[in-house]
Design a protein around this ligand. Sequence first.
Ligand SMILES: [Fe+2]
Ligand SMILES: [Fe+2]
Length: 208
Amino acid sequence: MNITSTYEAWLLEKEALVTNVRAKMGEHRFCHTLSVAKETLSLAEAFVFSENDAKRLFVAALLHDYTKAYSTEKQLSIAKEYGVTLSKDDLASPPVLHSRTAAAVVSKKFPNDTDDEICEAIRCHTVGKKEMSLFDKLLFLADYIEETRTHPICQETRKQFYEKLASGNNKEKTLNDTLRQVLQNTIDYVTKQGNKVHSDSLNMLENL
Ligand SMILES: [Fe+2]
Ligand SMILES: [Fe+2]
């Protein structure tokens, strides 16, 4: 797969979706969204996804931060409106709310472009969950390592991940090792801020 030409072709194919997403966020987040989508193409290729699955992962990336620009108050009202159950940990971590609400909103708003697996990957893209599918894991990782992330930890994670893959390391093991490191980084950060770590992240880490 030629990543750049596939990326451009699929953005055109999903033009209506892209236009809708563009209207939901500022320039910076939109660039991040596009970059996550592009990243999923590299990951889908590395993990030998079919064209159909790669395109579904691409759509999940386009929609993953669909509600992120909303205030906490609005997240809560969307959750109520869409019947989204929020756990105690979700409520204690406002940055998690957008993943829960985005999954519910895009499922209703884009029924022809989404399915259960796409919405589930969006739902758990912030803090993970105990049993992550490969599809869930790749969206989660793409969000963290996409090219426009400027944080040195994200850049280093990206570099090491692709280097390990290129040197022929076992792909599943490389993915799980990388995710373990990502979670550990996040846990260290959250703990340092004096906040409680979300139980879904602890469960994911334990299960990797
Ligand atoms: Fe997000
Ligand atoms: Fe994101």
